[in-house]
Design a protein around this ligand. Structure first.
Ligand code: F0G
Length: 468
């Protein structure tokens, strides 16, 4: 018999899958629709005011909600709980230098602790702080320090349907105009976020960052990097930017950081810990000023409000967060949810972001005016339907203009389904998508809300509403 050549078909496509297996589980509680309706009314239709025991799948935020690895849990046992000079601090500083490239680190209790310190040091009354879209806590600290935030992100970032691959980019023309109008001496720094949260987790490109670097160096303006989700941004650069296909996430992260001067980070996101943040920089003079303020607001500059064990878990988390396998599965899961939701015709922000899927509430609830808080109403309805907790990112989050006291009407009126890292399964994602689809089909019944309590700062956290 003649030998026949057998061609084995090569599978071109293979599913993403997690580079870990589950060692411990945490039971979650399922509620009835009647129970959830009561919980919602008690919480004033604000998902921040629900008790987590009443939540089935918690997609409120990816902040501090990730699962630590066995190596991180082991690291907790290595806490050196000395008041000063804990070895965990030096390990953290070394990890920041190795993976992020910044020479000096001050630990902080979380991201806003770092934002507070840097805003107090660098901003004078009347200063202007441009940025690639605002973030709630970041802008507030700039304002408290006497500054005014100006948005210089590209226009595409405000358009949920634009598929621009780098919607986090700075509009260099807008930045030049700000410099021309106010003068460089009024601009202590530009705040550049990687994975722009309020735009839907959208990345900035290296090319854009390089161009910005050239412009800011010419005018002596620093770049403060909000690197809360830098590894997720690096993944999109690897996938989308010419010349980066063969570079590792770790290499790209370092390249991004090296194009900036100072960094603030909420380590509760990318860095895979439940609490903590950092302020990092290369300038020694600035460091002493920052260390001095850290003592006032955070704790000694070698612990900044954290236990030694927290810092050790953070060092390990930083090293895990820049591994290619980790980030591929992390963003793979977000994409999986996005594809599922999009397939049922629900309007979502495109391209999908790194940390979650953002529903376009303005389009979904076309019949609800922005004054009746469509995104807030949609988060409430999704919770009522399935116990899935999401978050408003629209007019409530935008707050009021600090001069006029009037509501700011943002172009983006979104509901964020934020995915904690390494926590939920594909089946959980299916439940979320099914619930969003069901609410979408019943959308005409949703009437909107009215605000009955409004706190002065960051109102989205504590505001209360009533159904119209
Ligand atoms: N910067 C960005 C881009 C953030 O997303 C956050 C927090 C912070 C700074 C502040 O850090 O919470 O540790 O003080 N974002 C959370 C969220 C709250 O749900 O998006 P923090």
């Amino acid at each position: 018999m003649k030998n026949k050549t057998v061609t084995i078909p090569i599978r071109q496509k293979r599913s993403w899958a997690e580079p870990y297996k589950i060692k411990m589980v945490e039971p979650i509680h399922m509620t009835t629709e009647k129970e959830r309706a009561k919980c919602l009314a008690d919480a004033g239709y604000n998902t921040f005011l629900l008790r987590s025991k009443d939540v089935y799948i918690d997609l409120l935020t990816d902040s501090g909600t990730s699962a630590m690895s066995d190596r991180q849990w082991a690291a907790l046992m290595l806490g050196d709980e000395a008041y000063a000079g804990s070895s965990n601090f030096y390990n953290l500083e070394a990890a920041v230098t190795k993976y992020y490239g910044y020479k000096y680190t001050i630990p902080t209790h979380q991201g806003r602790g770092a934002e507070h310190i840097i805003s107090q040091i660098l901003i004078k009354k009347g200063d202007i702080i441009p940025g690639n879209m605002y973030f709630t806590t970041t802008r507030l600290h700039q304002e408290i320090a006497g500054g005014t935030f100006i948005d210089v992100i590209i226009d595409e970032a405000h358009d949920p349907d634009s598929t621009h691959p780098f919607k986090g980019n700075v509009d260099i023309g807008k930045m030049e105009d700000v410099i021309k109008k106010y003068g460089a001496s009024k601009i202590p720094y530009i705040c550049v976020a990687t994975s722009v949260n309020m735009a839907g987790g959208q990345p900035i490109s290296i090319a854009n960052l390089k161009e910005l670097r050239k412009l800011t160096q010419k005018h002596g303006i620093r770049i403060v990097h909000d690197m809360t989700r830098v590894a997720e941004n690096a993944f999109f650069i690897q996938q989308r930017e010419a010349g980066y296909k063969s570079k590792s996430i770790a290499q790209i992260v370092l390249e991004i950081c090296r194009l900036t001067d100072i960094a603030t980070m909420s380590a509760k996101k990318d860095a895979l810990v439940n609490i903590g943040g950092i302020l990092a920089m290369n300038d020694e003079k600035l460091l002493s000023e920052a260390q001095n303020l850290a003592v006032v607001y955070e704790g000694l500059h070698t612990y900044g409000g954290l236990a030694g064990r927290d810092m050790e878990a953070m060092s390990v988390g930083i090293s895990e967060s820049v591994q290619d396998d980790h980030i591929r599965a992390r963003i793979g899961q977000v994409e999986y949810l996005g594809n599922h939701i999009q397939a049922s015709g629900v309007p979502v922000v495109l391209p999908f972001g790194g940390h979650g899927i953002f529903l376009n509430a303005k389009k979904i609830l076309e019949h609800v005016p922005q004054d009746n808080f469509p995104a807030q109403a949609l988060t409430a309805e999704i919770y009522r339907d399935s116990g899935v907790r999401s978050m408003e990112r629209g007019i409530v989050s935008s707050g009021r203009d600090k001069k006029t006291g009037k509501n700011i009407y943002p172009k983006l009126e979104l509901v964020r389904l934020t995915i904690p890292r390494r926590v939920y399964t594909q089946a959980h994602m299916d439940v979320v998508a099914e619930s969003v689809e069901r609410v979408y089909q019943e959308r005409k019944k949703i009437k909107g809300l009215k605000m009955v309590y409004e706190p002065e700062y960051l109102r989205f956290f504590q505001a209360k509403f009533k159904k119209l």
